[in-house]
Ligand binder design. Structure first.
Ligand SMILES: CC/C=C\C/C=C\CCC/C=C/CC(=O)SCCNC(=O)CCNC(=O)[C@H](O)C(C)(C)COP(=O)(O)OP(=O)(O)OC[C@H]1O[C@@H](n2cnc3c(N)ncnc32)[C@H](O)[C@@H]1OP(=O)(O)O
Length: 280
């Protein structure tokens, strides 16, 4: 499709996305007029913790981008935190039906973002623990600001990162580093993340990050989108197939795990600690 035609379609999507954003407003989508690349900004205050509503909007946004054959997407945050990960309140004293929908929607978001046909970049403009890190690991390229942290720190909450969280990290930094990171619940500083390959670039500001992200996506201008996306599928297909095959068992494991007394106690203490931190 010619770029002008494509941009016209993108603008239509933007209009729809804006209308949608106006109604719900947890995700803002802006399509760059020149490049056709969508900047997807998470905006659930205060820390973009991923609750059912935010995950649902992310899922709908990704579906819209895929339908409109997006040229690319940059995922970032409107706040100083990229994302605080899963909303702990979705797992603490949960309503079983909501918990089921919550986890299923998280799985859907992972599948859509991990297998997106268009190029994806995470512009990590602040801390990205646990589910925040997972979102960025689904992308093809990660750009991060200094003085932030990123990692799958689940063990520090007394819970275990599911196998597809671990696989997402392993595909980026390898088995050895993933095992060390997961068993300790390590949160990498920006410098450490760069060293281990968990992120690709460090930028000083979000604006610089947006330019770099556009540059990364622009680097595919002369590559056939068909060949590009099939190559991505070749590399990621095994991980996606195994997640999809195991998703019902994964859901049941999640529901059973969060009902355990020990897990509930741990989550309760963690919530208290977060609140005390703010009061101090
Ligand atoms: C094999 C096993 C299979 C299945 C297993 C089953 C289950 C396990 C799977 C579970 C996977 C979980 C993945 C996750 O994502 S868990 C969430 C982990 N997140 C964190 O540990 C981050 C916690 N937050 C922070 O460290 C800081 O908030 C942060 C650095 C992000 C920002 O710091 P800042 O100083 O800017 O803000 P705060 O004052 O700390 O926070 C502001 C308010 O936001 C609340 N908050 C923060 N994080 C969360 C969160 N994740 N969920 C809900 N609420 C959160 C915080 O309490 C403050 O609230 P108020 O006091 O203002 O009410």
């Amino acid at each position: 499709m010619a770029l002008s035609q494509h941009l016209s379609k993108s603008r239509q999507f933007l209009a729809i996305a804006r209308n949608y954003s106006a109604a719900a407003s947890l995700v803002n989508v802006e399509v760059n007029d020149k490049s056709g690349v969508a900047v997807v900004t998470l905006q659930r205050p205060p820390v973009n913790s991923l609750n059912l509503e935010l995950l649902t909007e992310i899922k709908q946004t990704l579906t819209g981008l895929e339908k409109n054959k997006s040229r690319g997407a940059i995922i970032t945050s409107a706040f100083k935190t990229f994302s605080a990960g899963l909303d702990i309140l979705e797992m603490y004293k949960p309503n079983p039906d909501r918990a089921k929908e919550f986890w299923t929607t998280l799985q859907d978001v992972w599948i859509s973002l991990y297998s997106a046909q268009f190029p994806t970049v995470a512009l990590i403009n602040g801390p990205a623990p646990a589910g925040g890190c997972l979102l960025s690991l689904c992308c093809e390229y990660r750009i991060m600001v200094p003085k932030a942290v990123i990692g799958l720190n689940e063990t520090q909450l007394g819970i275990v990162a599911p196998s597809w969280f671990a696989a997402s990290m392993e595909n980026v930094i390898g088995k050895r580093q993933t095992e060390l990171a997961l068993t300790t619940g390590k949160l990498f500083t920006t410098d450490e993340a760069l060293k281990v390959g968990l992120i690709d670039e460090v930028v000083q500001t979000k604006e610089e990050g947006l330019e770099k992200a556009q540059g990364f996506i622009g680097s595919f201008a002369r590559i056939s989108p068909f060949a590009r996306s099939l190559s991505k599928q070749t590399v990621r297909g095994g991980t996606i197939r195994s997640m999809v095959k195991g998703r019902e068992a994964d859901l049941q494991l999640f529901l059973a795990t969060i009902q355990q007394d020990q897990v509930q106690k741990g989550l309760g203490l963690y919530i208290e600690a977060l609140k005390k931190k703010q009061a101090a």
